[in-house]
Design a binder for this molecule. Structure first.
Ligand code: SF4
Length: 426
């Protein structure tokens, strides 16, 4: 199953566009990161726009003790920078005095001009000197200029990797699973690693900020999310070696992913079969009822999360859908090669975006379903076209065997809704 991913459209031409693009910024990833790392607090150093984005995107947090907030920085000249550092120190002091449960404070940079001038890593260093070891302080950029929304996670994991301890005889992590996974998926994967007899596995990020992997030559890592180019490079620069695989979406993706790990750690074939046979069967059975909705349906992916090549591969290989175009804001050729290699030759692959040109292509192709960001979905729906918000794939547990049916259902929902509406009207 760990095939040499070279066929399909992995080597075909890519439409490269660098025009206007419509994606959320990296701050958005805080919504799933703060749920995962339960003793962390994400403090956005930003503007009122950033505060509004977070408040509307994650408004539900007002009902609980929040674990993210925005320190609003007003516009000022360079001479006012010292005041800005003092202001931030004051905000952090107050926050940590009121919330001693915070073990890791993460300063998240943003893109308003007043924040770009501000040296966040210097601020994190200074605050660390004051508050560590009780509260660790680190920083990363969630700016919308350099990142799409999933790259916020990439930058966060890179910051974690940079401060992870070196591996040694006492603290050896054998395998790092890199990429934020919902707890339910992490638990299922942990059980499978146990069944395969693979020990020393650490998830990055873990549920607690103290759960840091040790990294060094001899550490293997596998990506659980496709948008982690910077984190993968940081791991490799510490000597860790990447296990190559497609991503654990659907039965095929999950089996290939576990098989790549099992082969690396020398798990015998019969043990692999015994551990995966039942969940594979369940995943295939869960997909069955959705196939009549998806077989032969024509799908068009706008670039949004970088999950697009994996989602397209899943739809094509496991449900028989036809992929018209698969767009990704950025294509890491090496990490995406396996997914693209499993798409049929001739599938249009695009990287980056020139939104007007892409809208024209989508209208011309007239697909059955358009997977796109929220900003494009409403206008398409107004034209009578069916859409699916791509951000839902980042918020929903979709990885692993037990979620294969849920993943298919996410694509089926709009098709089913249309069918119900049509029969109601008919
Ligand atoms: Fe807007 Fe930039 Fe703030 Fe994101 S980081 S909300 S793009 S101002």
């Amino acid at each position: 199953m760990n095939q040499a991913f070279s066929a399909g459209c992995a080597t075909g031409p890519t439409i490269r566009e660098r025009g206007q693009h419509e994606v959320f910024c990296g701050l958005t990833s805080i919504i799933w990161l703060h749920r995962k790392v339960q003793d962390a607090f994400f403090l956005i150093v930003g503007s009122r726009t950033c505060a509004h984005l977070m408040q509307s995107a994650a408004g539900v947090m007002i009902f609980s003790e929040p674990r993210f907030a925005t320190a609003i920085m007003e516009e000022r000249d360079l001479a006012g920078m010292a005041d800005m550092h003092d202001e931030l120190d004051g905000v952090v002091d107050k926050l940590l005095a009121r919330r001693p449960d915070i073990k890791m404070l993460v300063l998240v940079g943003s893109c308003p001009s007043e924040v770009i001038k501000f040296d966040l890593s210097k601020a994190a260093e200074r605050l660390n000197r004051v508050h560590a070891p009780k509260h660790r302080v680190l920083c990363y950029s969630g700016s919308g200029i350099e990142t799409t929304f999933t790259q916020g996670e990439d930058n966060f994991l890179t910051a974690l990797v940079n401060e992870a301890p070196a591996s040694g005889p006492q603290n050896e992590t054998k395998l790092i699973v890199a990429g934020c996974l919902p707890d339910v998926v992490e638990d299922q994967f942990t059980r499978l690693f146990d069944d395969l007899g693979i020990e020393g596995v650490q998830f990055l990020p873990g549920r607690s900020s103290a759960a840091m992997p040790s990294i060094g030559p001899g550490t293997r890592f596998i990506l659980a999310q496709p948008y982690l180019g910077a984190a993968a490079a940081a791991l490799q620069s510490r000597g860790a070696e990447r296990i190559n695989s497609i991503f654990p979406l659907g039965e095929q993706g999950t089996t290939a992913w576990f098989k790549a790990i099992a082969d690396t750690f020398g798990v015998p074939e019969d043990r692999f079969e015994a551990a995966t046979a039942a969940p594979r069967k369940r995943a295939k059975a869960a997909l069955q009822s959705f196939l009549p909705w998806l077989e032969g349906r024509r799908m068009f992916f706008f670039p949004d999360s970088q999950l697009e090549p994996s989602l397209a591969r899943f739809l094509h290989s496991e449900t028989g859908a036809e992929i018209i175009e698969v767009g990704s804001p950025y294509l890491h050729r090496e990490h995406a090669a396996g997914e693209l290699g499993l798409l049929p030759p001739g599938t249009a692959v695009s990287e980056g975006q020139d939104v007007d040109l892409q809208i024209d292509r989508a209208r011309k192709a007239d697909p059955d379903l358009i997977v796109c960001g929220m900003g494009l979905a409403n206008p398409f729906e107004a034209e009578g076209r069916l859409t699916k918000w791509s951000i839902e794939f980042a918020f929903t547990p979709i990885q692993g065997y037990e979620q294969a049916g849920d993943l298919a259902e996410l694509f089926v929902r709009p098709l089913r809704r249309q069918s119900v509406l049509k029969s109601g009207l008919g």
